[in-house]
Structure formats: C-alpha cells, structure tokens
Design a protein around this ligand. Structure first.
Ligand SMILES: Cc1cc2nc3c(=O)[nH]c(=O)nc-3n(C[C@H](O)[C@H](O)[C@H](O)COP(=O)(O)OP(=O)(O)OC[C@H]3O[C@@H](n4cnc5c(N)ncnc54)[C@H](O)[C@@H]3O)c2cc1C
Length: 272
C-alpha cells in the first residue's frame, strides 16, 4: 500500500528537531524507519510531518563518560555491535543487538527507535530494564532523565511525550556485574516469543522479562540460582497474551525457561 501524503523535514540540529516536533501536533520523529514506515504503510499510524533525525550526528555518538556508557538515540545496532566502548563497558548490548532480525534491519534500526516503539517483543526494552539504564529526553522545556522502570508505559507508549525527543540512553558500565540474555524466537532471525535479561551484581539480581506484558516485567529474585529465579517468575503471576505463536500458558512457561537460561549465562560469566 502506498503511503498517505506526508510532509517531510530534515533538521540540522537537535534543537531544530525539537522545535519541529513541538510546532506540529501530528509530527513524528523518523529514525531507522524499520517500524514507523511499516505502520504508516499499514495505515496504523498517519503522521502529518516526519522529522528525519538521520542528519543529526550528535545523536549517533557512543561514548564512555566516567562509569557510564552513553548510547546516542540514533546509534544503529551495527554501530553498537562494532563500538569498542560497548565491548569494554557493557558487552551484552552488542551481543543482544546482533540477534535482532537481519543485517538490513541492523544497519538501519536504532537504539532510540527500538525503545520508543516500545514493542513488547523487541529485544532492548527488557535488556535495558535489567541493566538499570536511564533515558534522556529533550523537549521545549529542557532535558530530563527517566529510569527504565518509568520509561516504558505501554505498547507503543513511552515517557517521551508530544513534542519531545529521546536523545540518549545511559547504561552503567558493567564493573563487577555479569549479564545474560535468552530468547525463544520465531525461526533463527525472527521476533521473540519470550525473552529475558538478567544482570547480577552484589547478590542483587535484576531479571527483566519481555513478551509477557505490555511493558517489561522487572523481578528481583532472592538469588540467582535456578530455583530462586524460577520461583520469582512463578510468583509474578504473569498473564501473558496468547496468539498463533504461543498460548498464554506456553509463553508463561517460556518466560521461566528464558529467565533461568539468562541467569545461568550471567553466573557463568562470574556473577553471583
Ligand atoms: C523484518 C523486521 C524484523 C524485526 N525484528 C526485530 C526483533 O527481532 N527484535 C527487535 O528488537 N526489533 C525488531 N525489529 C524492529 C527493529 O528493531 C526496528 O528498527 C525498531 O523497532 C525501530 O527502530 P527504528 O530506528 O527503525 O525506528 P523508527 O521505525 O524510525 O521509529 C519507531 C518509533 O520510534 C519513534 N522514535 C524513533 N526515534 C526516536 C527518538 N529519538 N525520540 C523519539 N521518538 C523516536 C518514531 O517516531 C516511531 O514512532 C524488526 C524490524 C523488521 C523490519
């Protein structure tokens, strides 16, 4: 299906992008376009103005500042896979984005687009919750930072409001933490049916489950051993959706399986 007619703007600075988003009620940021153009073609979204972020190199930077890894919202998955800063500071990020779809999607898809689309089957929302990431959002009033637990508000809904732009995602450098990720996907490169990310640090595991609710479910089990993780998933009383790919019951079962696998991976990497 052809796109509905839409105006197009290509700002030269973040300030200009924010001004454009604030000036038009029906304006949407365009990042990699891997989700947005598909939903526009399906007429599930019909923005009046597309504000293309692709010229904003300042949003593509990946840097380590002190003990924090800062990913520009426009950093692509391929950039994250190749960045030495990621390899040193939080290598799980490169490992997980390497599992997203195919090379074309990884070359275009961005960190910001992944989290702003807040698709419950995406890889990054649970991972960034487990890692304790925070999100920097810029609007006409200035800049604010939101923790992962408050960023994802529902399917396709986040803390980024009308007229605002996500500019970066900050992730604590691993330090003594060890991380793991596990997913069950539709085929080798396909969408997740269930996924889980685990970060272990100072005997305080953070387990985040994807695909089982509108937003990632963050759990704090008493320990990282299989029994503790499984018990925490069971106690969460998950009510996942059922669809042609997995019934609710099967998806609930997979959530426990993925969480235990991700925790084992983190333990094998030295986490407790
Ligand atoms: C065939 C295929 C398979 C895929 N499989 C997977 C998968 O297995 N796992 C996975 O995680 N993802 C998957 N995806 C989704 C892919 O990762 C997308 O790239 C991602 O969800 C959206 O990123 P994008 O940069 O393309 O954003 P866009 O499509 O350009 O934008 C998505 C949404 O985010 C908003 N947005 C983007 N950037 C910002 C910003 N900086 N500030 C405010 N709002 C912003 C846009 O306005 C839009 O509403 C798949 C996509 C395709 C096409």
């Amino acid at each position: 299906m052809l796109l509905r007619e839409v105006e197009y703007a290509r700002p030269a600075s973040v300030d200009e992008a924010v001004a454009l988003l604030g000036a038009h009620d029906g304006a949407r940021a365009l990042a990699g376009g891997q989700t947005l153009l598909n939903v526009m073609k399906a007429r599930a979204a019909s923005p009046d103005v597309l504000v293309d972020l692709n010229r904003l190199d300042e949003l593509r930077a990946i840097a380590v500042r002190g003990d924090t890894l800062v990913l520009g919202a426009m950093a692509t998955y391929t950039q994250v896979m190749q960045a030495s800063e990621v390899e040193v500071a939080r290598p799980i990020l490169a490992e997980v984005v390497a599992q997203i779809a195919d090379v074309q999607v990884r070359n275009r898809g961005t960190v910001g687009g992944n989290v702003c689309s807040s698709d419950p089957t995406n890889h990054l929302p649970p991972l960034l919750c487990a890692l304790g990431a925070s999100f920097t959002i810029r609007g006409a009033e200035g800049e604010r930072t939101v923790p992962a637990e408050e960023f994802f508000l529902g399917v396709y809904m986040t803390a980024v409001g009308e007229g605002e732009l996500l500019t970066s995602v900050s992730v604590p450098a691993a330090g003594h933490a060890a991380d793991g990720f596990a997913a069950v996907t539709l085929g080798a490169d396909g969408t997740c049916i269930a996924n889980a990310a685990v970060s272990l640090q100072d005997a305080e595991p953070r387990v985040a489950l994807g695909c089982v609710d509108a937003v990632p479910v963050l759990l704090r089990p008493a320990g990282s051993d299989d029994e503790s993780v499984r018990a925490a998933v069971e106690a969460a009383g998950l009510q996942p959706p059922g669809d042609v790919h997995a019934s609710a019951e099967y998806r609930r079962h997979l959530a426990g399986v993925c969480a235990v696998r991700a925790a084992r991976q983190a333990r094998e990497r030295g986490g407790t």
